[in-house]
Structures are given as structure tokens and as C-alpha cells.
Design a protein around this ligand. Structure first.
Ligand code: BDR
Ligand code: CA
Length: 327
């Protein structure tokens, strides 16, 4: 039986790949997609989410989520970070996430209630457990758990793209999703629900290469072509700003969370650990992990490694299922 999931996104190039993968998987019943502010403001992440859902012709409701983090925007001293670079390649400006995805403007609209209202209403009446896959800042999920803590009982697992043990990307100590809303991340990690963290250590190991992009394109499907385009854009940015160990490769973080639901083997060295989130100063947004055996109470599963070959195979299988022929 397909696993019911709700996907929470700040779309975003790698979020777009994750949405397509979730829509196409026969192992997943995608109940809804919720947007949240993060990579871009909430208007853009919602519009981009709608664009991807419509591109694939999926009938999945989209809910607009929180426009800012729980606390951080009240503290101007906590907002500094390095400006993300833009790169000019072949006369074109390339960014990790362009404001709007380069696909048609959405004609479908989001639902009338907010993402937080949706979570509370949906989970209160859920008869079977549902898995949340949160690949943006954790604001919506934390808000919903604050509104009604009893909904935690209905959540089978929360899969979080976020954090980093040996690798960071937004400050020397932090990964972006956790850094953007650290208080929300802490609430989710300590919610008592089973939490699986998919940090940069896993997503950088399970990278996508230029050769993998050729495999996506060879499928001649809309999703394969679009994923290749997005991954190539990410490879340009990784090569310029944070080259990976594997040459000409990019992390496609968010899609790894979906792949994990289909083949858990894409995550390696998954350890049950105690994790807390830093709130201020040098550790703002850091996932501080204690991997010792005699540690404090363990509160999440943390993936220290990933398998890039399994990951690309999962994605190719999914994009091959797309009935829409390449653009
Ligand atoms: C995470 O931050 C965002 O930029 C990506 O979409 C991903 O979810 C990686 O740090
Ligand atoms: Ca994201």
C-alpha cells in the first residue's frame, strides 16, 4: 500500500525535483503540498510549488504556509549571512534558486485555508498515520504542533532535510533550513515524533553528476528534462561556490528525502542520536549532535552518509514513469 505523505517545501530548485519525485512514485500517496518561506518569500515559493504541480498535471492540493520564521525576524542581529553568489555561464545568469522556476506560470490556485490550519484539521481527523516530509524551514510543522500537540500521535515519521555534522552551507556552523528557523527546528526535533534528519553529510555524498543528468534527459519525459535542467544549474553553482568531492556534481538535497521513502538504502550510516539546535551567535542554526553511545536521550535519526548510485537509480525509475513526453 502506498505511504501517505504531506510534503512541506520552499520551492526552490531541489524542492521542485522532490515534488516531481513524490508525484510520480507509486509507493507514495501525496496528500498535499504545503509551501513555506525560505529559499524565497512565500509568494514565490507558493507560485513555484503550484507551477511544478501543474507541470505534472497532478491533482494535489497546495496550501500556503508561514511567511516568516517563529522568532528570528524579530532579532535583526540574527539575520546576517553571506550573500549567495550568482554565476554567469554562457552569457546566462545562473543561481542556485531563481526567483521563479522556468516553467509556465500557474493557472491552478492554492486552497483557501493556510498550511497550519490544514495540518491541524487533516491530522485531527486522520484515521491512518501520515508521514511529513519537510524540506524547507520547519515553521509550518512547528506551528501546527504548537496549535494542537495531540496531532503528533497521527504522525508516523517526520523526514527533515536539514542540518550538517561535518558539512555546512550557510554559515561555518549551519545548514540553511535549520538556520532560517532554528526555534521551529528545535520544536520539531524534540516533539517526540520519530524524526529522521537528512543533513548535508548525506545529501553531498548522494550527489547528482552531469552524467546522471544525461540519464534523466535520455528518458525523454517532462520531469526528466526539467530535473536535468535544475540539476545542471545546481552543478554550475556547486562548482563555483562549494565544489563536491565528485567532480561536476551537485547536492539535490530535498529529493533525497523522497528517495529515502522509496529505498531507505539511499541513506547510509544512520545513527540514533541526541540533537539540539543552536539559537544564537556562532552556533545559530547548528545541529549539535552527540553521537556517543552513553549520550543524553536520543531524539532523532541522523544520516551521516548517502549512496549516490542508489539515489540516481530511484530518480531515473520515477522520471521514466512520467507519461508526459519531454519538452
Ligand atoms: C536546503 O536549503 C535550501 O536552499 C534547499 O532547498 C534545501 O532544502 C539545503 O541547505
Ligand atoms: Ca528546500
Amino acid at each position: 500500500m502506498a505511504r501517505k505523505i504531506i510534503l512541506d517545501v520552499d520551492t526552490g530548485s531541489d524542492d521542485a525535483v522532490a515534488i516531481m519525485a513524490a508525484i510520480l512514485s507509486p509507493d507514495i500517496q501525496l496528500e498535499a503540498v504545503c509551501s513555506v518561506a525560505g529559499n524565497k518569500d512565500i509568494d514565490k515559493t507558493t507560485e513555484n510549488t503550484l507551477r511544478v504541480v501543474e507541470l505534472l498535471g497532478a491533482e494535489v492540493p497546495v496550501y500556503r504556509g508561514c511567511r516568516e520564521p517563529l522568532v528570528k525576524f524579530l532579532c535583526p542581529d540574527r539575520l546576517e549571512r553571506e550573500e549567495k553568489k550568482k554565476v554567469v555561464k554562457d552569457g546566462k545568469v545562473v543561481e542556485m534558486h531563481s526567483d521563479y522556476l522556468d516553467i509556465p506560470t500557474a493557472t491552478i490556485r492554492e486552497q483557501d485555508i493556510s498550511a497550519v490550519e490544514f495540518y491541524v484539521q487533516y491530522l485531527r481527523q486522520a484515521k491512518e498515520p501520515v508521514t511529513l516530509v519537510a524540506v524547507g524551514p520547519l515553521t509550518n510543522v512547528a506551528m501546527a504542533l504548537m496549535v494542537d500537540g495531540t496531532i503528533a500521535e497521527k504522525i508516523e515519521e517526520i523526514v527533515v532535510m536539514g542540518g550538517g555534522y561535518n558539512i555546512t552551507n550557510v554559515t561555518p556552523t549551519a545548514e540553511f533550513n535549520i538556520w532560517y528557523d532554528p526555534e521551529a527546528a528545535q520544536r520539531v526535533i524534540s516533539s517526540g515524533v520519530r524524526v529522521t534528519m537528512v543533513p548535508l553529510d548525506a545529501t553531498h555524498a548522494a550527489c547528482i553528476t552531469l552524467d546522471d543528468c544525461k540519464r534523466f534527459r535520455a528518458l525523454n519525459t517532462v520531469s526528466g528534462d526539467f530535473a536535468a535542467e535544475l540539476c545542471e544549474q545546481r552543478i554550475v553553482m556547486h562548482n563555483a561556490a562549494q565544489p563536491l568531492d565528485v567532480p561536476d556534481a551537485a547536492a539535490v538535497h530535498d529529493a533525497l528525502c523522497i528517495a529515502y521513502l522509496i529505498d531507505p538504502g539511499v541513506l547510509k550510516d544512520v545513527r540514533h542520536v541526541h540533537c539540539v539546535v543552536g539559537f544564537r551567535d556562532f552556533c545559530e542554526g547548528q545541529t549539535i549532535v552527540d553521537p556517543r553511545y552513553y549520550t543524553e536521550e536520543k531524539n532523532c535519526y541522523y544520516a551521516f552518509d548517502g549512496d549516490r548510485f542508489k539515489f540516481v537509480d530511484v530518480l531515473c525509475d520515477l522520471f521514466a514513469r512520467d507519461k508526459r513526453k519531454g519538452r
